[in-house]
Ligand binder design. Structure first.
Ligand SMILES: *Cc1c(COP(=O)(O)O)cnc(C)c1O
Length: 484
């Protein structure tokens, strides 16, 4: 079926607004393309029936593991419930066929959604303003670091360093360096919390801020966060919270109340956009009142019951994304928040905490726990005991694939040897968790009785283990020139 060309549209849009006249003459599209680009003969495509095509793609879709196939307990990366209704709404032509450069009178509905989501995120975190522009968590971090720079520039502060605990996600130090600061690593205690003495010994007037994940990557709530905030603020540093995985705190703790000045949230982890496969994502950042004027432009404002975009922010760090970020991800967040409401969000956190602690309790006799502290939304084990018997954490992860489950995050956080970082998420049932526990205990038994089986896993996937040593030593990268 041939689509109507855009320039054949009438001069009045649905809303009655005038669409600028396009000068391209109305003619067949093939006349617009130079002759030498046009195909002379029809392509000789194979003739295949519809069922064959459907089967082909259905088979392809099941070769990789995915969250619609079975359990996917990827710690720190939250592969959770992504309601299908969100996808239907995000692909609705009333949203997909608007152009971000349209006049704001014609996009009131979409601007309202941006405005509302910003307000909801403020309510959830108690921050004073949000920008929805950053396209990923790491992009939010960089934006946050740029705001930290702007703050210190306006105050004439001479700052050089941002402090980061050794348990942090790798994007934290990367964002700090790209943002123009140097990092100082803060050690963790045996329990996995920030070592306050180490922090005090490294704190000085050149510290621009502290980037903290709470709960941290061990899943543990940083109970000294108020003391840490006080210390950082005493040298006019700013507190930044990596809130990529907020499903531990929703409706329970507000980020601002812990002393944070800036935070980013990952809509594509906590607020129901599928994550993985490279995007699109969204990593909004929230700030307190004193940092509002530095936010990227434009911001959505409401005036006389009309929504419009405000570009006039003289102290802003400028633009960090074309237009207003990834709107379709924000749209899914809007639907998700409206569906759950305040009580629903609190249940998300309660259930994610219960699920993680249930797994911890069921597995801790066989797998070594990484901290005596009660975790929140995820739990981290060490595979040290299994390694002594000849199977590394990598082998356990590969063996899980044979049982049709995805592996947890492994070898992260770096401070836990042979780490297995498990995040069951709030939407998995007790039956699924029990099946996972059973499989993990079975693998532990296999390590005892037939370690080769685990070391040679997976046996049932289309591709078995890649030869990682050869791959890194004899890198074979093909580069295709299109015109050669
Ligand atoms: C995922 C994650 C990030 C980075 O988010 P991206 O969207 O992948 O850039 C940062 N910090 C933590 C704790 C994360 O889990």
């Amino acid at each position: 079926m041939q689509r109507k060309l855009i320039f054949e549209h009438s001069k009045k849009g649905k809303t009655g607004a005038t669409i600028p006249k396009c000068d391209v003459p109305q003619q067949k599209i093939t006349n617009l393309i130079p002759k030498y680009f046009l195909r002379e003969n029809l392509n000789n495509l194979p003739q295949i029936s519809e069922p064959e095509v459907v089967r082909h793609y259905t088979n392809l879709s099941t070769l990789n593991h995915h969250v619609d196939k079975d359990f996917y307990p990827l710690g720190s990366c939250t592969m959770k419930y992504n309601p299908k209704i969100n996808e239907a709404i995000a692909s609705n032509s009333q949203f997909t066929e608007i152009h971000p450069a349209q006049l704001s009178e014609t996009t009131q509905g979409s601007l309202k959604i941006l405005y509302k989501v910003e307000k909801y995120l403020c309510e959830i975190t108690n921050m004073n303003a949000f920008t929805l522009h950053p396209a990923a968590g790491s992009h939010g971090e960089l934006t946050g670091v740029m705001i930290i720079r702007q703050y210190h520039k306006f105050k004439n502060n001479k700052k050089k360093y941002i402090l980061i605990p050794d348990s942090a996600h790798g994007t934290n130090p990367a964002s700090v360096i790209i943002g123009g600061y140097k990092t100082i690593k803060i050690n963790s205690t045996e329990e996995g919390l920030v070592d306050i003495d180490d922090l005090k010994s490294k704190l000085n007037d050149e510290v621009a801020g502290f980037m903290l994940t709470n709960p941290n990557t061990l899943g543990i709530f940083e109970e000294n966060v108020l003391e840490i905030s006080k210390l950082i603020h005493s040298v006019d540093g700013l507190m930044y919270m990596d809130g990529a995985n907020l499903n531990a705190l929703l409706g329970i703790v507000k980020i601002n109340n812990m002393g944070f000045d800036i935070t980013h949230l990952n809509l594509h982890k906590t607020f129901s956009t599928p994550h993985g496969g490279g995007g699109p994502g969204s990593g909004p950042i929230g700030v307190t009142e004193k940092l509002k004027r530095f936010l990227p432009t434009p911001i959505v404002i409401k005036e006389n019951n009309n929504y419009k975009l405000e570009y006039n922010l003289p102290d802003s760090i400028g633009k960090i994304h074309s237009y207003f970020g990834n709107f379709n991800v924000v749209l899914k967040t809007y639907v998700y928040l409206r569906m759950l409401g305040e009580d629903g969000l609190k249940d998300v956190s309660k259930n994610s905490i219960i699920n993680a602690n249930y797994l911890r309790a069921c597995l801790k006799d066989k797998f070594q726990i990484s901290s005596p502290k009660i975790p929140m939304h995820e739990c981290v084990f060490s595979g040290d005991k299994q390694k002594e018997k000849g199977a590394k954490t990598l082998d356990i992860a590969k063996r899980l694939l044979d049982y049709g489950m995805h592996a947890p995050t492994i070898y992260f956080p770096l401070i836990v040897s042979e780490a297995l970082m498990i995040e069951p998420t709030e939407t998995e049932s007790k039956e699924t968790l029990d099946r996972f526990v059973e499989i993990m205990l079975q693998i532990d038994k296999e390590i005892e009785n037939n370690v080769e089986l685990v070391k040679n896993a997976p046996q049932s996937t289309p591709n078995s283990r890649l030869d990682e040593a050869t791959a890194s030593r004899e890198l074979d990268v093909n580069y295709f020139m299109t015109n050669s």
